[in-house]
Design a protein around this ligand. Sequence first.
Ligand SMILES: Cc1cc2nc3c(=O)[nH]c(=O)nc-3n(C[C@H](O)[C@H](O)[C@H](O)COP(=O)(O)O)c2cc1C
Length: 384
Amino acid sequence: MQRREFIRIIGATGSSLTLPIILGACGHAGTIGKHKTTPENRSEDIRLRLISYAILAPNAHNKQPWLIKLQSKQGFLLYVDQERLLPETDPQARQIHISQGTFIEHLDIAAKQFGYRLEINYFPQGMYANNVIENKAVAAFRLHRDHTIQPDPLFAHVVARHSNKRIYDDTAIENSILDDLSTMPLTGETQLQLSNRQRDLQTLPGLMSRAMAIEVSNHHRHMETIKMFRFNDEEVKRYRDGFGIGQTGKSGFSKWLIESLFISRNDASQPGSAFIQQSIDLTKQQAGSARAFGWLTTKGNERLTQVVSGRNYARMNLHTHAIGLAIHPMSQILEEYEDMATLKEEFYQYLKVPKSHTLQMLFRIGYAKPVEHTPRRNINALLI
Ligand SMILES: Cc1cc2nc3c(=O)[nH]c(=O)nc-3n(C[C@H](O)[C@H](O)[C@H](O)COP(=O)(O)O)c2cc1C
């Protein structure tokens, strides 16, 4: 059936669907585990076994910006994969370093589960500045068998956790749940704030959709996201990175409908494409359905601080999953390019974050059914 013909038929049924409506309003359907790599539990090499859990960590745009150098029997190094950066939307590679931290947290949790203590030596060849990425390891690891090590209960959520980009249900989050979450132990000097105040729930969506409008107003920035957007299952299978419609909760017929009729890589890549306005509208709906917002702030902003923030965010993601909450990072307003500077300053003022501090992660939380997992590449692709 021709594309136009199908649209006409849909129109004739009186549905008159448009993409934002479809994105926002179709029913729930979770298809967990469809694409994500199953941890390679049977690997002989404990390092590979643990790495197969580490790659399931949340990471910016699902770039999977990790390289691993195996050393002596139980040692290995983690590097930033400099072919997998986001120069337009993350020009200082802050989110890329947060994504190193999420990987490390998963690795550490998995090591405990298998009875190992993970010795971590951050930036063993020296830490580099925020305006460069030097060819130096982010961390050197060594595994020590340790029969006294206690498993981390968050391990139970490593495989199932995900970022949930659905429109959330209207069930409020009880204060006691937020109070409990806010006592989650954090590594380093990261501060966690959580809010379900009406004022914040009403104000932040407007600021966040303005941020998305700024992000997509530049063709190169917009294209960086489009490059990582997977428009159909074939692209998912081919690249095994990025994200797509599945993460907004669409599956089955509605997902097929959107992918087949409403969006295509070619259309979305055109300057002025409808996809641009739809991204802004969707951001407003997503943020508008938040039942609480959370943000992680640090006093410093060195590479190590960014990595440690990632460790904390990964724990937050696992912890929310453990108590049945959905979570979704929304980073546009935190980004470091010039066009965002004024709005970012307004945002810092609104949240009363001192200029000397850095907002590392902003996320919404709420209740929603799970979404389809994002894919992961085979870990062989990470080995150097
Ligand atoms: C540093 C960082 C920034 C992120 N920013 C965004 C964002 O702005 N918008 C979004 O939809 N998801 C964001 N995410 C979530 C990623 O898209 C998600 O982790 C990735 O696609 C992998 O999917 P998963 O978390 O479901 O495994 C971010 C994640 C991290 C770690």
